[in-house]
Write a protein that binds this ligand. Sequence first.
Ligand code: GDG
Length: 471
Amino acid sequence: MNDSRAASYDFVVVANRLPVDRVIEPDGTEYWKGSPGGLVTALVPVMRASGGAWVGWAGQPDLTIEPFDNDGIHIVPISLSEAEVETYYEGFSNDTLWPLYHDVIAPPSYHRVWWDSYVTVNRRFAEATAAAAAPGATVWVQDYQLQLVPRMLRELRPDLTIGFFNHIPFPPYGIFSQLPWRRQIIEGLLGADIIGFQRVADASNFARAVRRLLGHTTRGNTIWVPGASPRTVTAKAFPISIDSQGFEELARRPEIQERARQIREDLGNPTTVMLGVDRLDYTKGIGHRLKAYGELLGDGRVSVEDVVLVQVASPSRERVETYRQLRDEIELTVGRINGDFGTISHAAVNYLHHGFPREEMVALYLAADVMLVTALRDGMNLVAKEYAAVRFDNDGVLLLSEFAGASDELRTALRINPHDIDGMKEAMLQAIAMPKAERRRRMRAMRKRVLENDVARWSSGFLTALEATRS
Ligand code: GDG
C-alpha cells in the first residue's frame, strides 16, 4: 500500500498524456507549454480551484522527470521506456484496442508481450496516482489506454472516489469477446464508481459484456458488483463536447474571417467548398468520401470548377504499419482523382497532410459550404461540433455519419451511412443544392445544442454524478 501521508491532491486526473508538452529551444532552453485540447480547457479551471494533480506521460520515451507545479496544476510525469512505447502504446493501445473498439475496421493484433506491458504500465499509473491523491480524493481516469487503472487504484486506495471516461466506442459483445484478456479489462473498469461512455449504446454494450463475462446483475445504468464489500457501479452516457464559446469567439475575429475569404479566393472562388478535417485514421472514412466525390466527378454531376474538396489529414501514429498503409492508399486515391479530373487551374482535391494552428482550422470551417464527417466508427467526433460552433452565420451544411457519436445529438445534420456510396453521393448533391432557409434551420438547431452542451457542462455533469456516489 502506498504512503497516503505524502499525498495531498483532492482531485487527480489520470490520462495517457500530460496537459503540457516539453519544448526545447535551439539554444537548449527547456520549458513546458500547455497543450490546448478540449479536455484540458474543461479541466484546468476545476483543477486550479480544487488543488489538482495530473498524472500522465510527457510523450517522449526514456524521460524521467520529478513531479512539478505548472500554472496552478501539480504535474506527475510517468516514464515510459522506448520498448514500452512500442508495446503498451503503439502496440496494445493503438494496434489491439483501437481497431477492436472500432468494429474491427482494421484487424486487431493480439500479442501476449503487448498485454504484459499494458498491465505493467497501467500499474505504474495506478501507483503514481495512489501516491498523489489525498485521503478521500476524487480521481478521474481517461480513456482506453488505462482501463486497468480503476481496479488497481481501488486495491491500493479504497478511500478514493474513482471515475473513468472512455473516449472511444465500446464494442458489441460479439466483437469485444475476441479479446483474450476481455475479463481482466471488464474487471479493471469495474474498479470505478462511474464509467462514462460517449453514447447510450456504448454503455449498453459494456453492461452486456459484464453480464456475459462475470454474470453480475445489471439494471438500466446500474451494475451490482458482489464480493466481500458489495458495491454498485454506474455505466452511463456522458457525451463529450468542445469549448464552443472559445471556437465562436475565434470565428468572430475579423482577421480570421478575412482569412476564410482568402482561402476561398485561393481555391478559385468555387460555388461549393467541401471540407474534411481528420487525423489520418482508418476509422474516419476518408477513402469512402473520396470515392463518392470521385464518382460524382466521373458521372459529370459535379465539376472541378464548381465543387472543390479540401482534405486536411493530420499525421497520426506513423510508426504503426496499418497507418502507413492507409496513408499510401489515401494518397494514391487523391493522386488518381486529381490526375483524372484536375485541370491546370483547378485541382479536384486539395490534400494537406499536416497539422494547422487552431486559427487556420476555424478559417477553414468558415470557408466550407459543406463539412464532411464520414467516420465508419467514432466515439464522438469533435470536428462536427466545432463546425457548428464556428458557424455563427447559421450557414453551412454538415454531412454526418450515423456511426459517429455526434449523430445522436446533431439530429438536423444530413445523416449518412458512409458504406452506402450512392447514398453519400446523393447527400453531397443535396448539401450542394440546399436552399438557404433549410441550411439556416438545420444549422441553428445544431448550434443551439453545441452551445448549450459545451465541454465545461460535460465535465461538471460527470463530476457532479461522481460526487453523488459518495455515501
Ligand atoms: C478521440 C475519439 C472523440 C485535427 N487536426 C488538427 C486539429 N485537429 C483537432 C480537431 C478536433 C480533434 O483534433 C480531433 O477530435 P475528434 O473527436 O475528431 O477525433 P479523435 O482525435 O479521434 O478523438 C473521438 C474524442 O476523442 C474526444 O472524446 O470525439 O471520437 O476518437 O478537436 O479540431 N487541430 C489543429 N490542427 C490540426 O491540424 N489545431
